[in-house]
Design a protein around this ligand. Sequence first.
Ligand code: UD1
Ligand code: CA
Length: 461
Amino acid sequence: MTAAVILAAGDGKRMKSKKQKVCCRVLFKPMLCWVLDSCKAAGIDEANTCAVISDDPRGVPELLSEKIKTAVQTERRGTGHAVLCAKDFLDEMKSNGVSHVAVLCGDAPFVSAEVLTSALEYHKRNGNAVTVITAELDDPARYGRIIRNVSGEFTEIVEAADASPEQLAVREINSGSYWFSIDFLLSHLPLLQAENAQGEYYLTDMISLARKDSLSVGAFVCGDTSVVLGANDRTALAQLNEIARQRIIALHRLNGVDIPIADGVMIGPDVTIGCDTTVLPGTILCGKTEIGEGCTVGPNSRIIDCVIGDDCNIDSSRLEQSEVGSGVRIGPFAQLRPNSKIADKVKIGNFVEIKNSTVGEKTSFAHLTYIGDSDFGARINVGCGVVTVNYDGKGKYRTTVGDDAFIGCNSNLIAPVTVENGAYVAAATTVTENVPADAMTIGRVRQSFYPGYALRWRKKK
Ligand code: UD1
Ligand code: CA
């Protein structure tokens, strides 16, 4: 069995954020959540996952599901100290039968489930006390250097701050992700010393400690160098964002999604899209959004946490936390606000807003309409300018409209109110009372005529 400790206590001052660094987002998803999801996908149970957080963990607890454990590090005394803060968790894991623990950085979002799984295999196969995930970078910058002896054996990690010029020239670096044998981690963590340039307890010193006791250590070299990338400021964050953006777009293209021009297209890591769907410029798809096959989405649309069927057309619109069937046309310039459920073949035209409502098949809201807290049946024609009046200044009320009803232009439906199946509401009617099935209701001032009035008025002026 495996477990994971994720280091997330650093403040990340250079981000200049009110929240902690690991909360900063790559493609709308906090960096810490990328790491947590990779752990989960690598088969590490959430109950076996512990985040090391600061005692002022601004924004971090909100990102953790209930099952995930936390350990608090009150002072930033280094990565080794941070893991030691999770000692109670590690003891518990050991007694639960866990034998290997991944230690990961909450600010390196691209560590993938595949890398974690392959590194674990390598770690077990070689019976290592610790396996470090490494990569060769053109610019090794401030990363810790992987030092090897003449026979190529991995001997230690030297931090950039402590490295000799010769060591600084090494391009193989420590990603900050590791697999540890839990016994070795528990027995040797307390032996770490803070005798280095930064006066910190370096987790990286565990390599030398293992070798001192003739335990085997390994470096799992990762071909994909982006696995190691982290972000300490907004510029680096934007670079991570662009790497993830391009990679995700490429994956969707491989899956048969048509993205002819990727300008302004941002697709989150948890979005699925069916084949033959076209995504046009300026479109942002994020959260847990699912889009079916054969749709056209965009240009300039934003879809957050929605499920959308096949053959839909969504143009210049914003949709959030809603479900949309197949063959639905939305936009241009429409808005679906949270908790709306739209059935197949519905038409939602320009300047239509729908909130917290259900809509049945083939119903049409072609233009300039507000539908809030309502249940509309199937095949209803809703004229231009219809408003459900759902709020009286205190409470919200529901409007119900039955199948095959017809709501004339510029009508107000004052909730709570019901228009039954097949009823007609004449244009400009203010509906305050229920309309029985198949009835017609009209409620407007009768038109009167004043011959010659306009002419007299003009002359007087
Ligand atoms: C660390 C590694 C370095 C590696 C790099 C990869 C050490 C000593 N160095 O350096 O070899 O190349 O990561 O990114 O481990 N954290 C805490 N508490 C602390 C200190 C850090 O929770 O007291 C967390 C941070 O929030 C971060 C992670 O640990 O998520 C890494 O810490 P950071 O200070 O960024 O380490 P680096 O200097 O980048
Ligand atoms: Ca770092």
